[in-house]
Design a binder for this molecule. Structure first.
Ligand SMILES: [Zn+2]
Ligand SMILES: [Zn+2]
Length: 134
């Protein structure tokens, strides 16, 4: 019973091998994948919207195929997926360039503030010089 896990899709218990989903869900996903791929083979200029409409496969499923590297965007120039923050179309990573810059800026700012706070509250010097190189 050591490999018993809950399927990430349907939540049912199953014996886990390499897939995080049960056999039924795995097969269903593969069916959707080949459907999408078949459509894209014949329509390599399709947008995500069109693939969703034409195949009936949920947008998030198609996006997960793209993110898993199973659909190579290099072959499909019109295919893009939404930035996880502002939903503008992107073709790589999880965020568009604008959001990535914003988030990095925020991160840097909060890091600086944290350091500042630490310096304020820490008793004594925050930098220790060691001089044991003799
Ligand atoms: Zn399942
Ligand atoms: Zn964005």
């Amino acid at each position: 019973m050591k490999n018993l896990a809950n399927c990430e899709h349907c939540g049912k218990l199953f014996i886990k091998h390499s897939q995080p989903v049960c056999i039924r869900c795995h097969k269903a996903t593969e069916d959707l994948f080949s459907k999408v791929l078949r459509y894209l083979d014949q329509n390599n200029d399709a947008t995500l919207q069109r693939v969703t409409n034409e195949t009936g496969v949920a947008e998030k499923r198609i996006i997960s195929f793209i993110k898993a590297g199973r659909i190579r965007l290099a072959k499909f120039p019109a295919l893009a997926y939404p930035c996880e923050s502002c939903r503008s179309p992107i073709r790589q990573a999880r965020l568009c360039r604008t959001c990535r810059t914003t988030i990095l800026d925020d991160l840097e700012k909060s890091e600086r503030e944290k350091q500042f706070e630490q310096r304020k509250t820490e008793p004594g010097p925050s930098v220790y010089y060691t001089n044991n190189r003799t």
